[in-house]
Design a protein. Structure first.
Length: 313
């Protein structure tokens, strides 16, 4: 018995089946690149477009609110976190002490004017007295001369002559005293009697004191220096010293401050700003929003700028 096939046995020949080379080529050329592209796209969408930072904060310009005068708060006219406009009254101090100060200053001004007018009248009176004293002195000198002639002829005694001499000396001394009083009055009037009292230093000082009192009364109303949002308000009855900061008005314009380092996936055009602080401004209607909302607003501006740079790079 041998392994060779019998000549009577038939040999079956199977048809040759071709290998699926076209399908493999399709997978290699289409499917694999498509999957790789999808993976890159997913990575780009999930992380490559976004910039992160752990050092970002919101900053807004603020104006401090303080009173220029000391007093007790009487009325508070706005609420906390209320929007205000520049010049709007925030709170008001008790005006009564300042009204009394204005009345006192007005009375002092009127008294100063009366005093100056009285000095002018006294000056004119002294001038009249000096004229009268000079007339008396001239008469005394004339009388002294006559008495001397009579005493030389022995018609009168020597004591009568002495009395006439004394009278002449007294009238001369009276003129000197009146002239000194006149000079003092002129100095009190500022050295110029003919000028109006409104130009006198004491009158100008009284006017300045009245203006200062009126200015202090005007500062009873504390107003917002700029438009913005009030962060807090004082309480009625609270004593406020001059210069004490009571609250702040925050501007509606805020800034997002962030130190941002772009990821490696971003184009090279971002390298110029990776080491600098990015500064953003965003105008909002409500500054009481959360910092997260403002941060998102700033990052949107950041990404928009970066996308513009990417397109131009």
């Amino acid at each position: 018995m041998t392994d060779e096939p019998s000549r009577n046995e038939s040999i079956t020949i199977l048809p040759l089946v071709p290998r699926p080379r076209g399908l493999l080529r399709l997978v290699l050329l289409v499917v694999v690149p498509l999957i790789a592209g999808l993976v890159v796209l997913v990575l780009y969408l999930r992380g490559g477009r976004y910039v992160g930072t752990d050092n970002a904060y919101v900053e807004a310009d603020k104006a401090s609110i303080s009173s220029q005068v000391a007093g007790t708060i009487k009325d508070v006219l706005v609420l906390e976190n209320q929007g205000v406009t520049a010049g709007q009254v925030l709170f008001r101090l008790d005006p009564l002490p300042f009204q009394v100060a204005v009345a006192r200053a007005e009375a002092n001004l009127a008294q100063t004017r009366t005093t100056l007018l009285a000095l002018k009248a006294s000056y004119r009176e002294k001038q009249a007295e000096i004229a009268l004293a000079r007339t008396r002195h001239a008469f005394a000198l004339k009388d002294q001369g006559r008495q001397a002639e009579l005493e030389a002829k022995k018609f009168i005694s020597e004591s009568a002559l002495d009395a006439s001499r004394l009278n002449a000396d007294l009238t001369a001394q009276q003129i000197t005293a009146l002239e000194e009083d006149l000079a003092r009055t002129a100095e009190s009037l500022g050295g110029s009697v003919g000028n109006p009292v409104e130009g006198h230093p004491s009158y100008r000082m009284a006017v300045a004191e009245l203006e200062q009192a009126r200015l202090a009364l005007a500062h009873v109303e504390v107003r917002a220096p700029v438009s913005g949002t009030v962060n807090k308000q004082p309480s009625p009855g609270q004593y406020l010293a001059a210069g004490d900061i009571m609250n702040y008005v925050y501007h509606h314009e805020v800034m997002l401050m962030a130190e941002i380092t772009p990821p490696a996936q971003l184009p090279p055009a971002f390298d110029a700003i990776t080491s600098a602080a990015a500064r953003y401004r965003a105008t909002i209607d409500d500054t009481t929003g959360s910092n997260d909302a403002l941060t998102k607003m700033g990052l949107v501006s950041f990404l928009a700028e970066h996308q513009r740079l990417a397109r131009t790079s």
